[in-house]
Write a protein that binds this ligand. Sequence first.
Ligand SMILES: O=C(O)COP(=O)(O)O
Length: 229
Amino acid sequence: MKRFDAIAFDLDGTLVDSAGGIAHALNAALADQGLPSFPLDTVRAWIGDGPDALIARALATDALAPHDSYELAARLRRGFDAATLRAPMAGSVVFDGILAVIGELAAQRPLVVITNKPTPLARAVLHEAGLLATFAAVHGADTPSQRKPSPLLLQQAARRLGVAAQRLLMVGDAAVDIAAALAAGSAAAWAGWGYGHAPTQLPADLWRLATPQDLLHRLAMPVGADTSH
Ligand SMILES: O=C(O)COP(=O)(O)O
């Protein structure tokens, strides 16, 4: 029996190294408002909770706090979305090994994307990256309540695929990916090539993957050959 009936992937920091693209879109939105930009390393550390949280983190910095307002946040969000849709992969690359691994896995079971990016932005990035057709569905966080660590998107994906949440594996680089999987009753694998730090205080059977190829190796191991799923 296959280990899992379907696999869910996080997008930013797992499928796509999108920090450059996200920094570009944020800085373009800031420039439109006459505001200063932020370096890549700073922006990378803000990724994971979607664009509204990213913009809120920028507005909380000393440089921007004096300008913070609901209207400015809304304008920055519109600018961020427009810049992303204009050039969805500008400054971004698909992580090494992802195309081959995803291609192989998609031939065996349905794959979905579970992301804190809103769905239209996620679909644009995946399309431009040449990955969209590989996925059975893209579930983005279009409302705050859907954002990981909420299990809502994973539960929705499982329902639409007609698989039990327990038979779904979530692969992601952020603590919220792992937390969402556990909250949904799904299995989780941590993508060590992304932006997150190694999760602590999590189940000992959590798969910790160093490369996308590690996922293929773990899935190929007979059930019971290791201590996990
Ligand atoms: O856009 C973000 O901040 C996070 O998106 P992700 O859930 O795909 O990592």
